[in-house]
Structures are given as C-alpha cells and as structure tokens.
Design a protein. Structure first.
Length: 269
C-alpha cells in the first residue's frame, strides 16, 4: 500500500495531526502579541477568532471520528477525550482573548505605550488584560503535544485494521518529524550558519536538510515580524499521513549513522 493511500487507519490520525500545526501557528502568533503596540486590540480580536477556528477544527475532527464506526476501545476513547479537551480549552482561550481586546481597547495607544505605569486606571486595566493573556497562553500551551498524543492513541488503536506495508523511515527522521509535529522544532539563522533545536536539544541540520529535500517539512516564520532570525518547521501533507501510519511504534528501518536529536553541548573554558 502506498503511504498516501486514504484509509481510516492513516487518514484519521493524519486529520488529528493537522491540529498540531494549527495550534503551533496560533501559539507563535500569541507569543508575538505586545500590549504596548498600536494594533494590539485588533490583534487580540484576531487571535480570539483564531482560537475559535481551532475549537471548530477540533470539533470537526471529533465529529469525523464519530462517523467512522470505530470500536470505542480505551485508546480511541482517550483520543476523543483529548480532542474534546482541546476544543474546550480553545473556546476558553477565545473568551479570554476577547476580553483582552476589550480591556486594551479602553486605553489609548499612548497610554499603553508609556511604561512604567503609575497606579490607577491604566495600570489596573493592563493588569486585567495581562491576566487574560496569560490564561489564553496557559490553556493552549500543551495543545500541539496533546493533539499528537491523541493521534498516537488513535493510530495504535487502528493499526490492526491496516493491511500492507509502509515505506521505510529511519529513527532519525521519525524523531525529527515527531518533534516537528509537537511544534518544538525551530531553525535559527545567523548569516550562512543555521542551527536546529527541538526545545532544549540540538537536531542535526543534515537531518533537517534531508527532510526538506524530500519535501517532508517546510519552514515558516517563527514570529510574524520582519527580520526574524528563526523559523518553525511544519509537516507537509504527505508527511502527516506518513507519520500517522507510524505513530506509536519503532520505525522498521534503521541507519546506524543517523542522529536525530543531539544533547546540547555545554561550553567549557
């Protein structure tokens, strides 16, 4: 069977994986919000709409699972619970971001752009705005890893229904793609030099370039601001399907020289 064939055991986990990408994009946009900027109230409302879109997407994937006539095993039940939780958290984030826009809209751009703020109306309003911003961030902090776990639970539960083999994927490629799906992989650029990181661990740029040459991942600006020196890696559609077919099991193909995630080295003098 070709890895892009559309069958429930592959396409359903792949549909869940789309939520990891949506959540990561939302989180990157949220982290770039600055309350002192002139367009902050409008950006807060835009983010509220994006949170609403994320909720709708999670509900749509949950509904898709409901029409697939699956045996509701414990892993499938866990996957559905994670998706419902993601939808609920996105809904609450939508509400917090809506309130954030309201509070920021009560202040003029000049009032928001002049720290330190003296005690009084401006400071109190910004405190409330900051509380809503933190809540939105907390609610969506684990959205991508939770969606990936839901996809893994579902893939494991459905694997017995699949027939045929899958194309080889090395442990290095699997680990890098798994970290990418979690929203953890960034590439930092300084002139002609590039470094790839998965949270606190280095990833071989050879692995990253190998994935890019196969059109398995693509780069997007980490922060939507001009001059950003870091990019986020996202899975392509073909790789979402391929990764979904392997979630929860060790890749069958191994390569002794491949290295996916490398511990960060501490400099010593």
């Amino acid at each position: 069977m070709h890895e892009a064939d559309h069958e429930p055991a592959v396409t359903l986990p792949a549909s869940v994986l789309t939520l990891t990408e949506q959540t990561t994009r939302f989180r990157d946009r949220l982290s770039s919000l600055r309350v002192g900027e002139p367009g902050a109230p409008a950006e807060a409302q835009n983010l509220a709409e994006r949170a609403g879109d994320l909720r709708a997407a999670a509900e749509a994937v949950t509904a898709e699972l409901g029409t697939a006539r699956l045996y509701v095993s414990p892993p499938v039940r866990d996957a559905v619970s994670r998706l419902q939780l993601l939808a609920s958290q996105a809904k609450l984030a939508d509400e917090h971001l809506t309130w954030l826009g309201v509070y920021l809209g009560e202040l003029t751009p000049e009032e928001r752009a002049r720290p330190p703020y003296p005690p009084g109306r401006v400071l109190d309003t910004l405190h409330e705005a900051g509380r809503h911003l933190r809540q939105a961030g907390m609610l969506t902090a684990l959205g991508a890893p939770d969606a990936l776990r839901a996809a893994t639970d579902l893939a494991v539960a459905l694997r017995a229904q699949r027939s045929g083999g899958v194309r080889p994927m090395s442990p290095a490629q699997y680990a890098a793609l798994h970290a990418t799906a979690s929203g953890y992989v960034t590439v930092h650029i300084a002139g002609a030099e590039e470094w790839a990181w998965a949270r606190h661990d280095r990833i071989s740029m050879a692995t990253v370039r190998s994935l890019e040459s196969r059109d398995w991942v693509r780069r997007e600006a980490h922060h939507p601001v001009p001059g950003s020196r870091s990019v986020r890696l996202h899975l392509t559609e073909a790789r979402r399907i391929a990764l979904a077919s392997r979630l929860g099991r060790t890749p069958a193909y191994t390569h002794p020289r491949a290295t996916a995630v490398q511990p960060a080295r501490t400099r010593t003098r």
